[in-house]
Design a binder for this molecule. Structure first.
Ligand SMILES: [Zn+2]
Length: 201
């Protein structure tokens, strides 16, 4: 089969067919604390796919209203267009048949169906790139992120730098706000902290 072959599912392969199984897809997940560059890394991977003329679609949760509903935005304000959905399963109705690469940002904001959605998209032969927090503000794992890390082919764990001592930081310290596990916010509400500087609330 030549490099430009169209796969059974109609997609062109992301890599030469000799590298990947024809029709195969996979899940990549980028996790870490706040300010560890997860969204930046997601956007970087999506850009490379676009340069390679692959069809890319990006989704975020309608819960994530920090910047804009039709874009995902990293803290340094690099942004890329996205579709905001209320429920994980809405991704399946909004996905185009010829989409080869699917980006999902802030996966912890989605309901638990996001796991089955990612699995389905990958099983259909798509490259699925997911980014999200692996721990909540209490330092407890997010269930959906943890499960997706187990199911993904590729896991990247980003670390931030502790804003108090400068050590590698894998926790997000909430500075103010309530006890809700999902509290949307950025620099004004959270700080990256290492395990020694992190205070459990
Ligand atoms: Zn520290």
């Amino acid at each position: 089969m030549s490099k430009k072959a169209v796969l059974r599912n109609g997609h062109r392969p992301a890599a030469p067919v000799s590298w990947s199984h024809a029709g195969g897809g996979w899940i990549e997940i980028v996790v870490g604390s706040m300010f560890s560059g997860k969204t930046q890394e997601l956007i970087r991977r999506l850009r490379l796919s676009q340069i390679a003329r692959q069809k890319v679609q990006v989704f975020n949760s309608a819960l994530d209203v920090r910047y804009a509903k039709d874009h995902i935005v990293s803290h340094d304000l690099v942004k890329t267009p996205s579709i905001a959905v209320a429920k994980a399963k809405d991704i399946l109705s909004r996905i185009d048949g010829d989409t080869q690469v699917v980006g999902i940002d802030e996966v912890q904001f989605f309901d638990a169906d996001i796991i089955a959605v990612c699995e389905k998209l990958a099983d259909e032969g798509r490259r699925v790139i997911v980014a999200g927090l692996d721990q909540d503000f209490r330092g407890e794992p997010f269930e959906t992120t943890a499960r997706l890390m187990a199911l993904s082919e590729f896991v990247t764990k980003n670390l931030a730098i502790c804003m108090l001592c400068g050590n590698p930081a894998n926790r997000s310290q909430r500075l103010s706000g309530g006890k809700k596990v999902v509290e949307v916010g950025a620099a004004d509400k959270y700080e990256a902290r290492c395990r020694r500087c992190f205070k459990r609330s």
